[in-house]
Design a protein around this ligand. Sequence first.
Ligand code: LLP
Length: 428
Amino acid sequence: ATVERGTADGIVSVAGLDVLTLAERFGTPAYILDEADFRARCRAWQDAFSHLDADVYYAGKAFLSRAVVRWLHEEGLSVDVCSGGELTVALSAGMPAGRIALHGNNKTRAELEYAVKSGVGHVVVDSFEELARLSWIAHEQGVRQRILLRVTVGVEAHTHEFIATAHEDQKFGFSLTGGDAAEAVRRALTLDGVELAGIHSHIGSQIFDMAGFEVAARRVVGLLAQVKAEHGVELPEIDLGGGLGIAYTSEDDPQGPQEIATALTQIVRRECAAEGLAVPRLSVEPGRAIVGPTAFTLYEVGTIKPLEGLRTYVSVDGGMSDNIRTALYDAEYSVALVSRASAAEPMLSRVVGKHCESGDIVVRDAFLPADLAPGDLLAVPATGAYCRSMASNYNHALRPPVVAVRDGQARVIVRRETEEDLLRLDMG
Ligand code: LLP
């Protein structure tokens, strides 16, 4: 998000709205999302890939709502969904089904039927069982479903183990080196319910080093060459997934869409030329890199507990229920006092939530001014991706709203949960 800080009062604003007004109108905690920034990032991805035969699929798992789908549609992006729920949101906001791709390692029969019936552009097939099942479902519906086969290319992405996905020992996709990928191609080419359009690879998430993408691109093109040699078929499409990292703290130095577009196209073109293949249509699936930096979480400070010689525990009115990433991945965030200026000494702080466990940490180590007081507002930047979408009702917390701001206007795009929402699910 593009924020400004008032020089005299230190009050931070975004899109012409100051955080005091936002907190008063919408309460805290709240995710504040800068719509212009979101759209600008969409356009940057579109522009980076526009001179190519390429599609940008926004990965809905990072954060999806109907407003977001409309923005994507208007900016010319497609969307990748990984559940029936995400598919419903995308369709209900008017994304043409042909611009939706369905993912998942364990799609249910109902999800596959729903996707085929809706006419999704392609399904990314993850296993032999699913391949057979999907072909049968499409056959029953009298259609041929376009598919990509997801392969694991054997790259170790340098990221947290839980979010790295291309090494062999894991649940996703067909192993390239083990030969499953070649076998999946063989089967897909004989099934009449599917049309094999190409190969998909996603090597992980929060990646800074282009080398992993390059190896993946090389191996995927290698498979295309093998398919051509074995079957005389040139598959027209490859999807190299998402995973581009963003800056959570000032130490992170992410690459932009232009860098990844250049790296990928150079490799793909070179490898295709070497293999005597036509350059396939390329797609990518950024999630975090688009929505992550566009939002921050606004919290109000409550209890402050100084521990002499150690640190000060600063409790905010949310926590692991609105941002599980610190507890789950040891993720690093920054935090700032945004509701006033302070010239006080910095104090080593740990920003924690209000949940009943000590792992409920939002920002592990931060320096906040020593005069911090209950009622002050803190902002944690870069919470647009995998925060609201992974939010929970732990301790019957009410999941915070997402407020989109643009040109001095604020609009709730996902409202705050209420206690009635909680009681509605509780059958008494
Ligand atoms: N494509 C596929 C097939 C994926 O599985 C993912 C993410 C993406 C694209 C988008 O990746 P991105 O560009 O957002 O990195 N909850 C974790 C991240 C899990 C990512 C899962 N798949 C986190 O909070 O870091």
